[in-house]
Design a protein around this ligand. Structure first.
Ligand SMILES: [Zn+2]
Length: 330
């Protein structure tokens, strides 16, 4: 009798041990595995793989409030990135508000705590080196958490067209993009083709920075900053260099043809789109997924952190229609 109980006890332990070991090695859809991580892995920061197929170790959080920024959509828990990406965002926020007349950044998605594919949106943003920033200026007051979920960014386009609405665009937005492009670690900035065209048509003097500003679908209410693979990330896969051209000629003209916008005809033999599995990512990503994390978010938040100013309810000055820059025309 006793031995039987003991035996079943031992078997129980073995079974649970086996399933624990199994869980560590188990494959699965990468977006589910990475999308359920609430904290980063500890250790040296490292981006592994490509912007659209990889993961991040040693990520840090951008504080949800800073002197010149506010993080939006907090429920998504995507305010994580490589420490150099987070530091760059803090610097851009400060520089833009001090020097460009831009009141502050509303920051959208950066990456998940351990990077990787996401359950919703974005093919890239997987290695902690991409960030979305709204083209809507930060209001003077602090948004409540609820507002950060519901406030919508404004499109810069004129109705359904591919062109920027001149009443919505401003010199301060041009200055903000120029500022972002000015940092050597920034390799690309994605904007809607209409915004690229607006810059091509209006920027005077130094136009070399336009090279980094690349037209892409979407990106009419926000822009996307991508930085280079950072030192200490030997398995980070760099993107092709952008060359030196301002990109205002032929490549931009293509965006104003029908080709980029026509719907693809339905395939003759429809196949279910392949889900990216953990095993499709660089090998290191399985280790990063299972590596120990910090005890709290505070431990891995870079910069200002803890002090969160009281959210005010005064909405009267939320979004000044235009944010003027002295001496500049849009
Ligand atoms: Zn983006």
């Amino acid at each position: 009798m006793i031995s039987k109980t003991l035996l079943s006890f031992a078997v129980g332990i073995l079974v649970s041990l086996a399933s624990t070991l199994n869980a560590v090695a188990e494959d699965g859809p990468a977006k589910r595995l990475f999308g359920s991580q609430s904290l980063p892995s500890l250790g040296a920061p490292q981006s592994t793989g490509f912007y659209a197929k990889g993961c991040l170790a040693g990520g840090v959080a951008l504080p949800v409030d800073g002197p010149a920024w506010q993080v939006m959509r907090l429920s998504r828990n995507r305010n994580w990135g490589h420490p150099h990406m987070i530091a760059l965002l803090e610097r851009l926020a400060r520089d833009a508000s001090a020097k460009d007349g831009w009141p502050g950044l509303l920051v959208g998605d950066i990456s998940q705590p351990r990077g990787g594919p996401m359950l919703t949106g974005h093919a890239s943003h997987q290695v902690g080196l991409d960030a979305d920033i709204w083209l809507t200026p930060m209001p003077k007051r602090r948004f409540t958490n609820q507002e950060r979920e519901t406030v919508e960014a404004k499109s810069m386009l004129q109705g359904d067209t591919l062109f920027v609405d001149p009443d919505k665009w401003s010199a301060s937005r041009t200055a903000l993009l120029k500022r972002a492009a000015s940092y050597p670690e920034v390799e690309r900035i994605f904007v809607h083709p209409g915004i690229k065209k607006k810059l091509c048509d209006s920027v005077q003097g130094d136009r070399s920075w336009l090279n980094k500003v690349r037209p892409y679908w979407g990106h009419y209410y926000h822009f996307h900053v991508r930085i280079k693979c950072q030192p200490g990330s030997p398995e980070c896969k760099a993107q092709e260099p952008t060359g030196t051209d301002d990109g205002c000629g032929k490549p931009l003209a293509w965006w104003f043809t029908d080709e980029p916008w026509k719907k693809a005809p339905p395939p003759k033999n429809p196949v279910k789109p392949k889900v990216m599995m953990l095993s499709d990512l660089p090998k290191l990503c399985a280790q990063i997924l299972n590596a120990p994390g910090p005890k709290s978010v505070e431990e891995v938040t870079l910069g200002v952190g803890a002090k969160v100013p009281q959210a005010s309810t005064d909405t009267s000055q939320d979004f000044p229609e235009d944010v003027p820059v002295p001496g500049q025309k849009p």
